[in-house]
Design a protein around this ligand. Structure first.
Ligand code: FES
Length: 257
């Protein structure tokens, strides 16, 4: 959970003025979090565009880049194009990322209880383009399918031509899919699917099962922002590692039985 930032009025001879925004839950200055979000998301966005639209290779046996899973090759269209829309839509419409980019890129609002530099008529997420955020649940369904493929890829990453083995790339792919699963299955929409619209958690076998699932999702949901950032960086690291192997800039440390 991102901490709340507050500003307090200060009386001066020239009248009231505002002190700089301070975050009561962190020693870091108020600008640190939005700066981190702007730099982190911008760099990832630029890297992702480069990989998805301008690269055509993402497989170094037995490792497959997460940008290319499942691997679909049709004509001259880069394989990432067939895949990347699902996780991109999922992250763009994610409740946590919405808060992060509204606060950091648009300052709309900068934080709770902080005035905005300028504000037009507030329409919430009822008009284009923000109304598209209401499709988050459908992006979740598509991403669950992709996470399934990523688990399959991670298992194959320990198969070296029919012989089991462990390589650094396989360990990286496994860590990546664990982090992505923690992010995906801690989704607020999934938490609602698991336990929402139930009046009684103990009234039937199905309700009790949903309660257990809801509690499990809640464990992941509490740190949803951490899972979001960790999985974003692990996707980038895994793809960069495969790309460095393809370029011959690295040798994969591996042990094969
Ligand atoms: Fe973040 Fe659904 S709310 S992934």
């Amino acid at each position: 959970m991102t901490a709340v930032a507050v500003s307090q009025p200060l009386e001066t001879q020239a009248g009231p003025r505002r002190t700089p925004v301070r975050n009561p839950y962190s020693r870091l200055p108020g600008w640190a979090y939005p700066t981190f979000v702007v730099i982190g998301l911008s760099l990832f966005g630029i890297y992702a565009v480069w990989v998805v639209f301008f690269q055509s290779k993402g497989y170094y046996a037995p490792y497959l880049s997460p940008f290319y899973s499942p691997l679909i090759s049709v004509g001259p269209i880069p394989p990432g194009v067939w895949v990347a829309w699902a996780p991109l839509a999922f992250r763009l419409t994610c409740y946590y990322y919405r808060k992060a980019y509204f606060r950091s890129f648009f300052w709309h609002p900068r934080s709770c209880a902080v005035g905005e530099p300028k504000r037009g008529r507030y329409r919430g997420e009822t008009a284009l383009p923000w109304i598209l955020n209401n499709f988050h649940r459908f992006a979740f369904y598509a991403t669950v399918v992709q996470v399934g493929f990523l688990w399959f890829d991670a298992v194959l990453a320990f198969d070296f031509g029919g012989r089991p083995g462990i390589g650094f790339g396989g360990a990286l792919m496994l860590a990546n899919v664990i982090l992505l699963s923690g992010y995906t299955f801690g989704c607020h929409a999934f938490r609602h699917l698991a336990g929402g619209e139930l009046d009684c958690f103990s009234c039937s076998l199905a309700a009790r099962a949903r309660h257990k699932l809801w509690k499990g999702v809640t464990v992941l949901n509490i740190k949803h922002d951490r899972w979001a950032w960790a999985s974003l960086f692990s996707v980038l690291a895994t793809d960069a590692y495969v790309r460095l192997l393809l370029a011959g800039a690295l040798r994969d440390p591996r042990w094969i039985a």
